[in-house]
Design a protein around this ligand. Structure first.
Ligand SMILES: Nc1ncnc2c1ncn2[C@@H]1O[C@H](COP(=O)(O)OP(=O)(O)OP(=O)(O)O)[C@@H](O)[C@H]1O
Ligand SMILES: [Mg+2]
Ligand SMILES: [Zn+2]
Length: 264
């Protein structure tokens, strides 16, 4: 008998002496020790699997690991297009000495903190901080749980125009859909060409009229003031004005307001 006992590996022999509860705990620990493949951050609690196994009476259950909130947030930032800009363009790095800067900052901050489906429009003088504040607002909205996408208008237009000529209709539709339906859309440098093309205005209408009808939150910044946009497209400028309500700010064209040139 003793000889046979010596042949049984020690760990198994030890497990044989365990109570069912202790065995279950061992099994649970083994599950938790398995390494996962979620690489966006390193979590010692779930070993990057996103789930934690626990003893639930006489069985094992799983629950979502705390790190999943952070992982979802990271993934939202990555798909938003705001990742690199948001490092530089923060509310707290915006100098608001001049009255118009104070007004811009207050307006953007109030917009970011409100649970509204209204739009925000900032238009006018280049270098005056429009993108800075709109990015800061978009990022704050993202941190408050919304899905946000950032696009530069010329990139959108060029990409979609290219797909219109060389891609399939489905591909084009897919790209337009992404802009139409995202929860919060921020379009930067909107219709900034001196003389926007007809097809460009048509695409802008396609996207913005849809968002207007569906009441989807939209942020727009442009080198053009709303009056200047009105000269190009009354229909869109009117809708932007109506939807933005009090969250509309025009910065008159004044080179002294160009922060890049030492203004502001
Ligand atoms: N009040 C400010 N405080 C700190 N930085 C500022 C301020 N205003 C502008 N800047 C900085 O100046 C640069 C230009 O600002 P921004 O890109 O926001 O201007 P803009 O109004 O969007 O210009 P454009 O019409 O050319 O796109 C950025 O680097 C921005 O961070
Ligand atoms: Mg800008
Ligand atoms: Zn985890």
């Amino acid at each position: 008998m003793e000889a046979i006992a010596n042949l049984i590996p020690r760990s198994l022999a030890a497990e044989d002496n365990l109570t069912p509860a202790e065995k279950l705990q061992l099994q649970c620990d083994a599950e938790n020790a398995v390494k996962g493949e979620m690489y966006s951050l390193d979590c010692p609690l779930c070993n990057n699997k996103g789930v934690i196994t626990y003893v639930d009476g006489d069985t094992l259950s799983t629950k979502e690991c705390e790190c999943m909130k952070q992982r979802r947030f990271i993934s939202k930032i990555k798909t938003s297009g705001l990742e690199s800009l948001s490092q530089r363009y923060k509310f707290r790095s915006f100098n608001a000495q001049k009255p118009y800067q104070k007004e811009m900052l207050t307006l953007a901050y109030e917009y970011a903190m409100s649970d509204t489906n209204e739009w925000m429009f900032m238009g006018g003088q280049c270098g005056s901080g429009k993108s800075h504040l709109c990015v800061a607002a978009a990022m704050k909205i993202l941190k408050r749980g919304k899905a946000v996408r950032y696009f530069v208008w010329d990139d959108v237009y060029t990409d979609i125009a290219l797909h219109t000529s060389i891609g399939t209709a489905d591909e084009r539709e897919e790209m337009v859909e992404a802009l139409r339906n995202v929860e919060v859309l921020y379009i930067d440098d909107f219709l900034c060409q001196k003389q926007p093309k007809e097809a460009e205005v048509k695409l802008a209408s396609e996207i913005l009229k849809y968002r207007y009808n569906k009441n989807l939150r939209t942020i727009i910044s442009s080198e053009k003031t709303l009056d200047e946009l009105y000269q190009i497209t009354r229909g869109l400028a009117g809708r932007i004005s109506e939807k933005s309500g009090k969250f509309l700010y025009n910065i008159d064209h004044d080179i002294k307001k160009d922060y890049r040139l030492g203004g502001g």
